[in-house]
Design a protein around this ligand. Structure first.
Ligand code: LMR
Length: 393
C-alpha cells in the first residue's frame, strides 16, 4: 500500500537550507528561511535564554509529563506582553495552551475553528506558504484576497471587499505584525477600521503573531491583536517564541482562545487539549521552560528586551540601506525601508530568482521573498548589484 503514495515535493523553503549548505561558494548569501542573523551572519542563542537554560539544568528535578496544555507558567507569563499588562486575561476571557512552535499554534487554531463550524478561512495573499497547506490539510475552504498593492501598500479595498463577501462564522487569518512574506503591515488606523468590520460581520479572527518585537517593539507590535480582541466576542491567537526568543528548533509556541464570557473558556479549551492529545500529545518542554524562567526574572527580561531591540535596530539599518540604494536595475528598493520584520519581497520572476542563486550565490524563496536579516554591511552591496544584474535589460 505504502508504495502507492506519490512522491511529494520537498517544502521549497526548507529545501533552500540544504541547497545553501551544499553550495561551496564562500561568498554565498542566505536570504531563505526566516531566522535572525547578526551582522556577522550568526544566529546566536539569546544571552537571557542561555542563563535560563543554565538555571533549568540546575533546578529542574523531573521531566515527568505535564499534560496536553504544556507549561502553563510559560503560557501565562507571555500574556501581559501579548494582551497588555493592565488586564492580561481581558477579565478572565482568555486562556491558552502551549504548542510545538508557531506552526503548532496555527494548526491548533485552525483545527479549533473547524471544530467550531468555520467552513471557510479568509486570508490575504501572498501569505506564509504553510498557512495554505495547513488549511488544505484540514479540509477547510480557503478564500484569498490581495494583501498588498504593487506599490507596496496594504490593499484595503481588497480586504474590505473580502470581509463584505464573508459569511458570519467564517474565520479570517490575519498576521498580527511583520507580515510574512511582504513586511507590509496594517497601520494602527487600518486595524481601527478592520476590528469593527470583523465584529459587525460575526467573523472569527485568527491572529498569527509570530514576530512580536521584531517590527516596532513588543507593545507596538501587539496593537492589531489587542484592537481586534477589544472589538469581537471570540478570537484565536497563534503565538510563536521561535523568533523573538531565538528558539527556532526548540519549537516554542502557544495558542490563546478568547471567549465572550469566562465560563465558556473551559469547554473551548478542552477541545484544544483533545486535539493536541490526538496530534502530538503534549508539546516539547525545554524551550518553553526557558522562556518562563526568563519572564520570571526581571533582570533576564531586561536582557531579553535589550537583545530584541538590537535585532530590530539592525534590521532597520539594513532596510534603510536598501531604501537608500533606490533602484537596483528594474527593482525599486525604497519601499523596503518602511516595511517591518524579517521579510520583504523583491519582485523577481522565478527565472530571476534562479539566476540570483546560480550566478550570484544568493538564496531566496521562489516568491522573491528575502530574509533581510541575512543581509549584512559586508554583503548588502553585492546583493543590490546582483538584483541589478538579473533585472538588467
Ligand atoms: C519562515 O517563513 O521562513 C519561517 O516562518 C520558518 C518556517 O517555518 O517556514
Amino acid at each position: 500500500m505504502l508504495d502507492t503514495l506519490p512522491q511529494q515535493p520537498a517544502d521549497a523553503l526548507l529545501a533552500l537550507i540544504k541547497l545553501h549548505n551544499a553550495d561551496p561558494r564562500a561568498d554565498k548569501i542566505d536570504l531563505g528561511v526566516g531566522v535572525y542573523r547578526t551582522d556577522s551572519g550568526a544566529t546566536p542563542v539569546f544571552a537571557a535564554i542561555k542563563a535560563a537554560e543554565r538555571k533549568l539544568l540546575e533546578t529542574q528535578d523531573s521531566k515527568a509529563y505535564l499534560g496536553p496544555e504544556g507549561d502553563m507558567g510559560f503560557v501565562h507569563a507571555l500574556m501581559p506582553y501579548i494582551f497588555g499588562a493592565s488586564d492580561p486575561t481581558l477579565g478572565g476571557r482568555i486562556e491558552g495552551m502551549q504548542t510545538p512552535g508557531g506552526t503548532g499554534a496555527v494548526r491548533l487554531a485552525l483545527a479549533l475553528a473547524k471544530r467550531a463550524g468555520a467552513a471557510r478561512v479568509w486570508m490575504g495573499t501572498p501569505s506564509w506558504p504553510n498557512h495554505a497547506q495547513i488549511v488544505a490539510d484540514l479540509g477547510i475552504e480557503l478564500k484569498g484576497f490581495v494583501h498588498a498593492t504593487n506599490a507596496g501598500r496594504v490593499d484595503m479595498d481588497s480586504l474590505r471587499f473580502a470581509l463584505g463577501q464573508a459569511a458570519p462564522g467564517d474565520a479570517v487569518l490575519l498576521h498580527g505584525c511583520c507580515h510574512n512574506p511582504s513586511g507590509i503591515d496594517y497601520s494602527p488606523e487600518q486595524w481601527d477600521e478592520i476590528a469593527p468590520l470583523l465584529a459587525a460581520k460575526g467573523l472569527l479572527p485568527i491572529i498569527d503573531l509570530a514576530y512580536q518585537g521584531l517590527g516596532h517593539g513588543m507593545e507596538a507590535d501587539a496593537y492589531g491583536a489587542r484592537r481586534v480582541l477589544a472589538e469581537v466576542p471570540e478570537a484565536l491567537v497563534a503565538y510563536s517564541c521561535d523568533k523573538n526568543f531565538g528558539l527556532y528548533r526548540d519549537r516554542v509556541g502557544a495558542v490563546y482562545v478568547m471567549m465572550e464570557r469566562p465560563d465558556q473558556l473551559g469547554a473551548a479549551l478542552s477541545n484544544g487539549h483533545a486535539l493536541a492529545r490526538a496530534s502530538w500529545s503534549m508539546p516539547p518542554d525545554h524551550g518553553a521552560a526557558a522562556v518562563r524562567l526568563v519572564l520570571e526574572e526581571p533582570a533576564l527580561v531586561a536582557d531579553w528586551l535589550a537583545e530584541l531591540d538590537t535585532m530590530r535596530e539592525r534590521m532597520r539599518q539594513v532596510r534603510a540601506k536598501l531604501a537608500e540604494a533606490g533602484h537596483a536595475g528594474a527593482v525599486d528598493l525604497t519601499p523596503m525601508g518602511g516595511q517591518n520584520g524579517l521579510f520583504s519581497i523583491v519582485p523577481l520572476s522565478p527565472e530571476q530568482v534562479l539566476a540570483m542563486r546560480e550566478k550570484h550565490a544568493v538564496y531566496m524563496a521562489g516568491s522573491g521573498r528575502i530574509n533581510v536579516a541575512g543581509l549584512t554591511m559586508g554583503n548588502i552591496d553585492r546583493f543590490i548589484a546582483a538584483v541589478a544584474d538579473v533585472t538588467a535589460g
